[in-house]
Design a protein around this ligand. Structure first.
Ligand code: DGL
Length: 267
């Protein structure tokens, strides 16, 4: 079992932030990453539709590709389906919401924090619940940021338009004088420069990627799933959309490990 790959998925490129952290922390592990770029963005879709996609992808990764552990590297999919995926599959299923909230709680000194995410994630209340159960004295501003994911998927990270949009959407967090901003969508770390400029230097930007990678390591050690080698892991990338675009933008975002992608289409 330990020699099997770790599976992970996102609506597109965002989960590559988590893949990067996993490859860096666990370089001996094999990884299969599926980006559902044909159906992105998930954020504006009804949660039951996103849950259906998540189950279809999990079937591919768990049942056909035999992954030993599944990382839902997408907040929207985690908000929609983490519980039902855990019920259905008998491999450990790890999301990005709880690890992100843990990192947020640690980063804030003032207790005034914000989380930004897709419309689906924020409307689901998943972050509001996770923050309330992690610490009951935090003041949370939760903001949906429609449009951010589309900029990332186009490879546009710090244009004037992204800046203007960020200024408008983040205004309530600035007014609330938060000292930590959780990037509750795995696409958003690619906008870090713009988000940092808009929020100002005193606000810590928190990404769930590293914390999620540590959670994967913890669970694998607990369940005897960790490989006992430190190098030589491979990474396989699968997309439901355009392979050339996935390879080109994916390599820019993740790095040289993304040499080649394969295409999968659903029946
Ligand atoms: N990266 C996703 C998330 O964390 C995807 C968002 C989308 O496709 O709208 O929510």
């Amino acid at each position: 079992m330990a020699d099997r790959p770790i599976g992970m998925f996102d609506s597109g490129f965002g989960g590559l932030t988590v893949a990067r952290a996993l490859i860096d922390l666990l370089p001996g592990e094999d990884l299969v990453y599926l980006g559902d770029t044909a159906r992105y963005p998930y954020g504006p879709r009804p949660l039951d539709e996103v849950a259906r996609y998540a189950h279809q992808i999990a079937e591919e990764l768990v049942e056909r590709r035999g992954v030993k552990l599944l990382v839902v590297a997408c907040n929207t999919a985690a908000a929609a389906a983490l519980v039902s995926l855990r019920d259905r599959f008998d491999v450990p299923v790890i999301g990005v919401i709880e690890p992100g909230v843990r990192a947020l709680v640690e980063a804030s000194e003032s207790g005034r924090v914000a989380v930004i995410g897709t419309v689906g994630t924020i409307a689901s209340g998943a972050y509001q619940e996770a923050v309330a159960s992690a610490a009951d004295d935090l003041e949370l501003v939760a903001l949906a940021c429609p449009g951010f994911v589309e900029f990332v998927e186009r490879g546009e990270f710090d244009s004037e338009q992204v800046h203007v949009l960020a200024q408008r959407l983040l205004e309530p967090a600035i007014e609330a004088k938060v000292d930590a901003l959780l990037l509750g969508c795995t696409h958003y770390p690619y906008l870090a420069r713009t988000l940092g400029d808009v929020m100002g230097r005193d606000v810590v930007l928190v990404s769930s990627a590293d914390e999620t990678a540590f959670e994967v390591r913890r669970v694998m050690l607990r369940d005897g799933l960790a490989r006992d080698r430190r190098t030589g892991g491979s990474a396989t990338f699968v997309t439901t959309g355009d392979v050339n675009w996935f390879e080109e933008l994916g390599r820019r975002l993740l790095g040289p490990e993304l040499e080649r992608a394969e295409r999968i289409s659903w029946p």
